[in-house]
Write a protein that binds this ligand. Structure first.
Ligand code: ADP
Length: 514
């Protein structure tokens, strides 16, 4: 068998190793222990367009002429190498106005006495890889923006579909046959499913494009879980599943999370535990204190469990494994979003599952030592229509550019005979109408061509006749931060489209009664 040394010797005989090194695309450099350049192969000379050693020092080495970032990196690597560590870095510098990227591996060589004798630096031009990465990022960004835009556009027709269906369900019940009512329910449920899908795609694209704005607050996780349990009760009852809650004694658990998004994650886990459970099964929700000031919120079910071959795919989008999943409502993106949201809140999500026994999904987040200042009070949203002054007609102005949305609100308001609706299809006309008609309430769309709803609101506030009229925002932009911004500048409340008819009544009744 030929030894490596023998192979090297024969190569040396056949080839001139020096010419090999010189023609390699890798730029080889050798420095002495004082960082003086002793050798540099041709590719580097060509790429850097340098004439002599001084030029090299001027361009890439830690002289004042080199950019500070480059100097810092090179200094650090050479320092590590002189301590005996091989390290690889990527850095860039400008040559004739063009940015060149290099990936360089720096290695120390020691002599027989153990003293540093040379430092080699082998650099590869990775400018084209960097460009490809940048192009891929750009394409990804464009895709996310497209999805976000599409989802937004899809929500507007959904407002009409779901809104008019709700109206029909409320008003035409006695006139429709059982079959027709069933059909109506199917439109409603398919529409809700589509809406859920649109919202989830919107969430994913926001997360991927880095535009998911969280509003992190100090909140009591117990309060959120209580809320999720009360929302999930009807689904659990429907499936004959019991929900048990093992709460930590005297339990308030404060953490810095986005309350709405955290609730979305817990709701996803609890509804999965109900949906993928066995008949008459149970769901147990628990809190456990972990080391490092972490708290684990666990959701345990007695379902069929997740087979090993599916475990890797559970957080991937659109992966659904349940045998009956076509009959079980879902989109297959809930867990993907939950994982990303929890990571954005500095936590982690995981699970353990055994086939035939069930699954245990958990969320770990850091607990906060801070004491919350404002006491959390759940907003009471009861109908106060009865306290509305009986005989006075209330005028509501709806500023909205999309006709079908106005028509929907007009038909919904038929159920409030003492409310008169007037409308304007753009912000300027709306402001004019508000001045002349002095309505009791303004419903304001936010995204309108020309002047948007926020600008229109600010204008209304400084006009004497309109400054005190309450304004409710009505929009498909359902981001937390948008809602907070609108409420901060003085909108009375914020209703998201597609409209939920009973929420809509709650909100407008409240304002009109006050
Ligand atoms: P969805 O429930 O909308 O399908 P998820 O992303 O929440 O979407 O879940 C993805 C898939 O993971 C589900 O379709 C189901 O097959 C599986 N899964 C999630 N939670 C459980 C659970 N508790 N028990 C068994 N399977 C589960």
């Amino acid at each position: 068998m030929k030894t490596l040394q023998a192979i090297l010797n024969s190569v040396n005989e056949d080839l001139n190793v020096n010419s090999l090194v010189q023609s390699s695309p890798v730029c080889h450099k050798i420095f002495d222990p004082d960082f003086n350049l002793r050798f540099m192969s041709k590719s580097g000379v060509t790429a850097l367009k340098i004439e002599d050693v001084e030029d090299f020092y001027g361009k890439v080495f830690p002289t004042d002429a080199a950019p500070k970032a480059t100097r810092d990196i090179v200094n650090k690597c050479m320092h590590l190498a002189s301590k005996g560590e091989t390290n690889t870095v990527e850095y860039s510098f400008e040559v004739d106005g063009k940015v060149i990227w290099f990936r360089t591996t720096i290695s120390p060589f020691f002599n027989a006495e153990g003293n540093l004798s040379y430092i080699t630096a082998d650099s590869m031009d990775i400018t084209s890889n960097k460009k490809m990465e940048k192009d891929a990022d750009k394409a990804n960004q464009a895709k996310s923006e497209f999805l976000a835009r599409m989802s937004h556009e899809l929500r507007t027709p959904m407002n009409a579909i779901l809104g008019f269906t709700q109206l029909l369900e409320m008003t035409a019940q006695s006139k429709l046959s059982d079959k027709e009512l069933k059909n109506l329910q199917m439109i409603s449920s398919a529409g809700s499913h589509l809406l859920e899908l649109i919202n989830e795609v919107l969430d994913i694209s926001r997360i991927e494009s880095g535009k998911m704005d969280l509003s992190i607050e100090l909140v009591d996780l117990v309060f959120i879980v209580d809320n999720v349990i009360s929302i999930s009760r009807s689904l659990a009852d429907l499936n004959n599943i019991s929900i048990e809650y093992q709460i930590i004694p005297d339990g308030n658990i404060f953490a810095e999370v986005d309350p709405l998004r955290f609730k979305q994650v817990v709701l996803n886990l609890v509804s999965n535990a109900i949906k993928y459970n066995k008949p008459n099964g149970s769901v147990v929700i628990s809190f456990e204190k972990l080391a490092d000031s972490q708290i684990r919120l666990g959701v345990k079910d007695t379902g069929y469990g997740i087979p090993d071959e599916n475990k890797d795919k559970i957080f991937m989008p659109f992966e659904r494994f349940d045998m009956n999943y076509e009959q079980i409502e879902g989109t297959g993106i809930g867990l993907t979003i939950s994982q990303k949201l929890i990571e954005l809140m500095n936590g982690s999500i995981g699970f353990a599952s055994a086939v035939g026994e069930g699954s245990f999904f958990y969320v770990d987040v850091p607990v906060s030592e801070k004491i919350p200042s404002p006491i959390q009070v759940e907003k009471q949203s009861g109908s106060v229509q009865s306290s509305m002054k009986k005989n006075k007609i209330k005028k509501v102005l709806y500023i909205e550019d999309i006709n079908v949305n106005v028509e929907l609100v007009r038909q919904i308001l038929i159920k409030r005979p003492r409310v008169e609706l007037i409308s304007a299809s753009n912000a300027l006309d709306g402001i004019g109408l508000a001045q002349s008609e002095k309505p009791d309430l303004i419903l304001m769309d936010i995204n309108m061509p020309g002047m948007d709803g926020i600008t229109a609101f600010n204008k209304l506030k400084v006009i004497e006749e309109t400054g005190k009229i309450p304004v409710i925002a009505l929009t498909a932009d359902a981001m937390n931060t948008d809602i907070k911004k609108a409420l901060d500048i003085g909108f009375k409340s914020y209703i998201t489209k597609p409209l939920d008819v009973s929420t809509f009544f709650d909100e407008i009744d409240k304002v009109l009664a006050s």
